[in-house]
Design a protein around this ligand. Sequence first.
Ligand code: FMN
Length: 189
Amino acid sequence: MELMEAIQNRRSVRKFSDYYVTDEEIKEIIDAARRAPSWANTQVWEFIVVREQELVKRVTETYSESNPARQCSMAASVIIVACAKTDISGCRDGKDRTKFHEWFMFDLGLAVQNLCLKVHELGLGTVIVGSINHEACGKLLLLPGGHEVIVALPIGKPADTGEKRIPPRKELKTFVHLNKFGEHYGKIY
Ligand SMILES: Cc1cc2nc3c(=O)[nH]c(=O)nc-3n(C[C@H](O)[C@H](O)[C@H](O)COP(=O)(O)O)c2cc1C
């Protein structure tokens, strides 16, 4: 699949058919995630592949009540919970290297985007779920100290819902600046 096609056509998918995602597909998806760049190549991600139906339900119950991803997650054949080791990325000897403490969030974002694009390339769909009770989810999955749950990713084959609406993106001219903030970059608008 061509890169720009994947970037443009990937969508958050919140309705799945009853297709069972295979272990081989899961392997390929996580293999794409692990190829992401990270702070000093620290690779602080940990992926918990939730396959047991009862546990899939219990993970879904940690989502915010009105979360639009609840229904598709409840019956998903897999939820990948993306977690991170803290205090490593962007840190040295326990000290932050910059004003930001949570570089692990950045690294996880890169890995999760790789994951989402691979899911799309395989003809599957997913949605990043961040509105979740992170503490409760971590407890449920026996996540050790020094780690955080970041997002959950239910994966399945997209059901044909007839939905063709594409969430709009801002125009370049509203957020691209030339040399200094607020200066227009007219040549590319
Ligand atoms: C960090 C993050 C957290 C998100 N959390 C949720 C969520 O809890 N529930 C949900 O249904 N979608 C969630 N989304 C999906 C966004 O709503 C979606 O990406 C956005 O509306 C753009 O749509 P698109 O992915 O189809 O381009 C999240 C996305 C990101 C990047």
